[in-house]
Write a protein that binds this ligand. Structure first.
Ligand SMILES: O=C(O)[C@H](O)[C@@H](O)[C@H](O)[C@H](O)COP(=O)(O)O
Length: 227
C-alpha cells in the first residue's frame, strides 16, 4: 500500500477527484466503457462533489457501489441515495448506474438478478473504497456471517451479508472482485483510521478485511478537524 497524506479533507477531496477523473479518462481511452466502483458512508461525499463535474465522457462510465445497505433508495441510510444526490449530478448524471438494491424484503431473493446486471461490466477500472475503524471495507465486516466466503478465491461477485452491529442486511462485492480493479484507492480521515489501516497491513483479512485489497492500493488520508 501507498499512503498519500493531505493537509485537510477538503484538499484531499479535490486532489483525489482529479486522480480518479484522470484514471477514468485513461480507462475510457482504452475501452468503450469503464466501471467505476464507489463507497457509501460519510467520507466520500466531498470527493463526489468535486468529481461530478469533471470533464470526461460520463455516458461511457458505469457507476457501481462497493456495497449497499438493504434499504429502499429513499431511506436516509441508502448508499444509492448518497450516490444519486452527490455523484450522479452535473456532468456525471450521464453515467449509467448499476444498482445493488432491488425491492425485496431480503437480498437473497434478488441477488442473482443484481449480479447478472453487473457481470458484463466487469472488471473494475477504478475502485474507490472507504474503511471503518474496525478495518471493514465495503461490507466485508469482521464477524459477518459470510465473510469467509466473500474473502475466498472463488467467491461469487456479490455476497449478502449480515454482521453484528450492522443495522440492516448488506450486499457487497466480494474481495476478489474489488481487488481485481485496475486502480484501487481507499479514502479515510482521522488518526483512528490511520492507525487501523497501519495495523491491518500485518493482519489476516478474516480479522482485518481491508487487508484483502491493500496490495497495490493507494490510501488517501487527511486529519479530521481539530487533529
Ligand atoms: O455502506 C457503507 O457503510 C460503506 O460502503 C462502508 O464500507 C464505508 O465505506 C465505511 O463504513 C466507512 O464509512 P464512513 O466513511 O462513514 O466512516
Amino acid at each position: 500500500m501507498n499512503l498519500t497524506e493531505y493537509a485537510d479533507a477538503e484538499m484531499m477531496a479535490i486532489d483525489l477527484a482529479n486522480v480518479l477523473a484522470g484514471e477514468l479518462r485513461v480507462a475510457l481511452g482504452a475501452n468503450d466503457r469503464a466501471l467505476f466502483v464507489v463507497p457509501g458512508g460519510t467520507t466520500p461525499g466531498p470527493v463526489f462533489d468535486a468529481l461530478c463535474d469533471a470533464d470526461l465522457d460520463w455516458a461511457r462510465v458505469d457507476v457501481l457501489l462497493s456495497d449497499e445497505r438493504w434499504r429502499p433508495e429513499v431511506h436516509v441510510r441508502s448508499n444509492t441515495r448518497l450516490i444519486r444526490e452527490r455523484l450522479l449530478v452535473g456532468r456525471a448524471a450521464a453515467a449509467r448506474y448499476l444498482p445493488l438494491y432491488a425491492k425485496a424484503a431480503e437480498p437473497e431473493a434478488v441477488l442473482a438478478e443484481l449480479e447478472a446486471n453487473i457481470v458484463p461490466a466487469l472488471p473494475i477500472a477504478v475502485c474507490l473504497l472507504g474503511m471503518g475503524a474496525d478495518m471493514h471495507t465495503a461490507s466485508l465486516i469482521p464477524g459477518a456471517d459470510r465473510l469467509e466466503e466473500a474473502l475466498s478465491r472463488n467467491a461469487p461477485v456479490l455476497v449478502a451479508m449480515r454482521a453484528p452491529g450492522a443495522q440492516e442486511p448488506r450486499v457487497t462485492l466480494s474481495a476478489r472482485v474489488l481487488d481485481g480493479a485496475i486502480a484501487k484507492h481507499i479514502v479515510i480521515t482521522g488518526a483512528r483510521k490511520r492507525a487501523a489501516i497501519e495495523r491491518a497491513r500485518h493482519m489476516r483479512p478474516i480479522e482485518a478485511p481491508v487487508a484483502a485489497v491493500l496490495d497495490g492500493a493507494v490510501v488517501h488520508w487527511a486529519p479530521e478537524e481539530g487533529e
